[in-house]
Write a protein that binds this ligand. Sequence first.
Ligand code: SAM
Ligand code: SF4
Length: 344
Amino acid sequence: MRDQFGRTIEYMRVSVTDRCNLRCVYCMPAEGVPCVSHEEILSYDEITKICRIGADLGISRIKLTGGEPLVRRGLPELLGMINGIKGIEQVTLTTNGILLKEKMSELAANGLASVNISIDTLDEGRYEKITRGGRLREALAGMEAALSCPSVQVRVNCVPMREIPASDYIRIARLAEDRNIDVRFIEMMPVGHGKAFAAVSGGEITDMLRQEFGEVSECTGRTGNGPAVYVRFPGFKGRIGFIDAISHQFCGTCNRVRLTSEGFLKPCLQYGEGTDLKRLVRSGAPDETVRSEMQRVIYRKPACHHFTDGIYDNERKSGREEDDTRDKDGEEMLETRDMSQIGG
Ligand code: SAM
Ligand code: SF4
């Protein structure tokens, strides 16, 4: 369906849990976040129902995320359930990769189209520090398992930080040199614990990589579900992608909404507004009621995020009359939770 600004909304990121087996410094506090009880988390049947109603509204692609989606038991089964929905063309997964080796064949058997594996550095010590205890070799074993499934496209996602030396980004980009992998650099967003870290833009990373690998050529055409801009270095099998949500705001073409593990439908990452679909679904509301509520919230998706306050003041004035980003007192309802709780 189209929202009020004419954007086609076809992609839903579905968080299946807010729990995680890592504690990345920009995503979670060391002690973890207070866990939501099992009863508060949508069941697989409830998630599937919401995806089915979403498919009626034109959602054709689903990304399973979290927290760490693979810590939830039976995830491949959910994947299969969603893949079975008429109108759903693609189900993908974002994971830290730690549990991927053991789950990969089952995920592929249930129709996983692509997997994004988050690895911020290939330096074991720094990986352990960033993830607060994670073992790089387990994530890499997950990556190799994914690469051994020809039907699954593999991407590595890296969130660059100023604290990390340029040599790490060159090393991680090299994953795409002789493997069929897209390596994507995702700009740090000032969400939750991410606010404590300065972002490194794709432009800066490109400059670092150019010095090592030479001139880049831009890749054109549709390249996935989102706003990544891809380039290719000479001799590389895979591509290098950049997702710069802050320095190159792409809200004008944003095609996504999010469903939190507690069943809250969020049209924009930055704002706390949305609708409690779990309450509706559990109250026994007919599909038609759930559908119109989803339609209402998707339609009123905000024009753009305002992470870089001040810079977008004009859009702020012109684009904010008709959306739900303010409460009844006119106060902005900004998202206050971490990425692991929203479903990054
Ligand atoms: N646990 C899984 C993982 O790490 O891939 C899925 C959930 S995680 C929240 C999804 C992605 O969000 C990861 O690639 C992570 O690096 C990224 N992320 C978390 N906090 C972020 C932030 N503040 N800015 C940008 N990306 C962030
Ligand atoms: Fe866990 Fe992913 Fe957040 Fe890291 S980025 S703490 S792996 S949810």
